[in-house]
Design a protein around this ligand. Structure first.
Ligand code: G3P
Length: 217
């Protein structure tokens, strides 16, 4: 399973990439707005940090013509840019249109298996089920990820399942068990994945014993 960082923060991205653990990045209008930087230089920097990993850049138009126009511009930002379109009627049309022109699209804000089926038929490169936001309304987000993985497997769809709105390490484990191709997560969740109190306690004990012995490597 690939790991993407769900952030537009270049410091986090540089650190994740330096660890060798980041395969790509997803952004959205809220994450971009948080950075308070001009759009184009920010996304160019993100794409160059993460290259050759994919970087999702989202349209803000909501009509078909606007999404296609913005999608074409976003696809020009860098070779690893993937256009993100919302899962609406116009968004599906835009996915069909952009993907038929060779532009890769991540279809976002997916909350049902029927939406995901249509998105795959439209030719999306990635489908983004938002599991945390389903959990927020007392629906089991991971059930959706499982359903989509199963449907895509049954029909051999090439669309990759990108588990999004991940809030904690258990989401990552469950997404991996479900067979999601990608999990996108905040930097804080990536850090949680590598922490274990028994690792810290064990390391301290080893080093205390070593230091007491006076031995050297
Ligand atoms: O990738 C989608 C993500 O940005 C949404 O996450 O935590 O805002 O639901 P969240």
């Amino acid at each position: 399973m690939k790991i993407f960082l769900d952030t537009a923060n270049v410091t986090e991205l540089r650190e994740g990439v330096a660890m060798g653990l980041v395969d790509g990045c997803t952004t959205n209008p809220s994450l971009i707005a948080k950075e308070k930087r001009p759009f184009r230089p920010l996304v160019e920097e993100i794409c160059s940090i993460v290259a050759p990993g994919d970087v999702s850049l989202e349209v803000v138009a909501t009509d078909f013509d606007g999404m296609v126009k913005e999608g074409k511009e976003l696809a020009q930002v860098a070779p690893n840019a993937v256009v993100k379109c919302p899962l609406t009627k116009d968004g599906l049309k835009a996915v069909k249109h952009l993907s038929s022109e060779g532009i890769r699209v991540n279809q976002t804000l997916c909350f049902s298996a029927t939406q995901a089926l249509l998105s795959a038929k439209a030719g999306a490169t990635y489908i983004s089920p938002f599991l945390g936001r389903l959990d927020d309304i007392a629906a089991v987000g991971m059930d959706l990820v499982r359903d989509i993985c199963e449907i895509y497997r049954v029909y051999g769809f090439k669309t990759q399942v990108l588990a999004a709105s991940i809030r904690n390490p258990l989401h990552v484990v469950d997404a991996a068990k479900a067979g999601a191709h990608v999990a996108t997560m905040p930097f804080s969740v990536l850090e949680m994945l590598m922490k274990h109190p028994l690792t810290d306690i064990g390391l301290k004990k080893f080093l205390d014993d070593w230091n007491k012995s006076g031995a050297k490597i």
